[in-house]
Design a protein around this ligand. Structure first.
Ligand code: DMJ
Length: 452
């Protein structure tokens, strides 16, 4: 049969259209609806805390019990969650969280706490809640806490000990790392600005500079250092746990305080990261591990904590690297439909299969969307949100995964899930008004506003 050219074209067009129809289409992202869902999931998570862990640090949603970090509760979840509850407009819940904090939170306790964790979660949370509410009692609590943490800095180098007793000021833990030493200036600096007491800024800045000055000749820091001798105990250099937020704070302290030293330290550190850690592989761009002195590659590992880096890169203006690294993070997520704690990116093999409800990949999607306006970051956010709801939601809250392979759940809702993971989802989907020139989020996602 003879078919005219016009008819053949019509048939081909029809086949093409049918073919295209057979590919499932991704529905457009409905930002407003997703923002409402995030608010509802925060309400759900907080309700679980109220019901089973009220007055304690964290909820264990499977056993319906509570976890306290140091035996005596320091209200990690209420302090970490308060500014997120305020942000999404859960007013009654926020009032109850604030009431609990004002009624029960006392730092006059004979417990030896981790300076870093208490600073990013509690000091950061109290400062941002004070800025959001204007309540001077929250600043008074922050001032008291900051004062009790100060003895940590009394080492020969000025780099803080890992632990400090809140009552006695006794310190311990000379073996520390860049993240614990260098992730303090946003909180201590803001405390100085809001109280007019310069000592907090000075101590945290001195520690940061002391660490930076011990970088290797090729500009890198290692994984462990002795804060008494200033000697490196591990030369492994990477952007994962133990180092990560040291880099974040160099950039963010430059932005929040206009600190020129931090600006210079950030620029030099970024140059070293791009020269030595950036790793082009067939699977994409990654930032791996090298020896801080020689630059020799020692591992090809990247994981959920490393995934903060695209966000920091784009905040620092490096959109191209940020975009490519976030694509790698997405590939890591897609391996099992939710991200593992650690991946060998050369073999694309999972090294540590846990997923403890981490926020970093969401945080990076938020920053990338904010700076590029590219809707694919909204789609990524929806992918992450849907997976967390499908696999980590429980009847009483949300919980960690022991394994992204088996899907087996563990029994903990970390306070950062409310401070960070849900906050970054909400910031990504909603169009909450933020003055980004004046606001910097600390590493626990507590916004610090430059009001000075
Ligand atoms: C949080 O406490 C902070 O983001 C910290 O910088 C790293 N670990 C957790 C979240 O993963």
């Amino acid at each position: 049969m003879k078919v005219s050219k016009g008819a053949a074209l019509l048939v081909l067009a029809a086949i093409g259209a049918a073919g295209r129809r057979s590919v499932p289409e991704t529905p457009p992202v409905d930002r407003a609806a997703l923002a409402v869902k995030v608010r509802e999931e925060l309400r759900h998570a907080w309700a679980g805390y109220e019901r089973y862990a009220w007055g304690h640090d964290e909820l264990k949603p499977l056993s319906k019990t509570a976890r306290d970090w140091y035996g005596e509760p320091l209200l990690m979840t209420p302090v970490d969650a308060l500014d997120t509850l305020l942000l999404v407009g859960l007013k009654d819940e926020a009032n109850r969280a604030k009431g609990l904090i004002l009624e029960r939170l006392s730092f006059d306790r004979d417990v030896s706490v981790k300076n870093f964790e208490i600073t990013i979660r509690l000091l950061g949370g109290l400062l941002s809640a004070h800025q959001a509410t204007g309540d001077p009692r929250l600043l008074a609590l922050a001032d008291d806490l900051g004062t009790r943490l100060l003895p940590a800095f009394a080492s020969p180098t000025g780099m803080p000990y890992m632990f400090v007793n809140l009552k006695t000021g006794k310190t311990s833990g000379a073996r520390s790392n860049p993240a614990e030493i260098g992730t303090l200036l946003l909180e201590f600096g803001t405390l100085s600005k809001l109280t007019g007491k310069p000592v907090f800024y000075e101590k945290a800045k001195k520690a940061l500079v002391a660490l930076y000055e011990r970088r290797s000749p090729i500009g890198l820091v290692g994984e462990e250092i002795d804060v008494e001798t200033g000697k490196w105990l591990s030369p492994a250099s990477h952007v994962g746990g133990g180092i990560d937020s040291y880099y974040e704070y160099l950039l963010k302290a430059a932005r929040l305080f206009g600190d020129a030293d931090c600006e210079r330290m950030w620029a030099e550190s970024l140059r070293a990261l791009n020269a030595h850690l950036a790793d082009e592989e067939p699977s994409g761009l990654w930032y791996g591990q090298v020896d801080m002195n020689t630059g020799q590659r020692t591992a090809s590992e990247f994981g959920a904590l490393h995934a903060f880096l695209p966000g920091v890169l784009v905040l620092g203006g490096d959109v191209a690297h940020a975009r490519r690294l976030q694509d790698s993070c997405l590939a890591m997520w897609k391996l099992r439909g939710i991200e593992p704690e650690l991946l060998d990116y050369q073999r694309m093999r999972i090294v540590d299969p846990g997923y403890p409800l981490r926020p970093e990949i969401v945080e990076s999607a938020f920053y990338l969307h904010r700076f590029t306006k590219d809707s694919r970051y909204l789609e990524m956010g929806r992918t992450f949100f849907d997976a967390i709801r499908a696999r980590c939601r429980t009847a009483e809250g949300f919980t960690v995964l022991k394994s992204v392979d088996s899907g087996e759940q563990g029994d903990l809702m970390p306070s950062y899930f409310l401070a960070e993971t849900l906050k970054y989802f909400y910031l990504l989907f909603s169009e909450a008004p933020w003055d980004f020139e004046k606001t910097v989020f600390n590493t626990e996602a507590h916004p610090m506003r430059r009001t000075w």
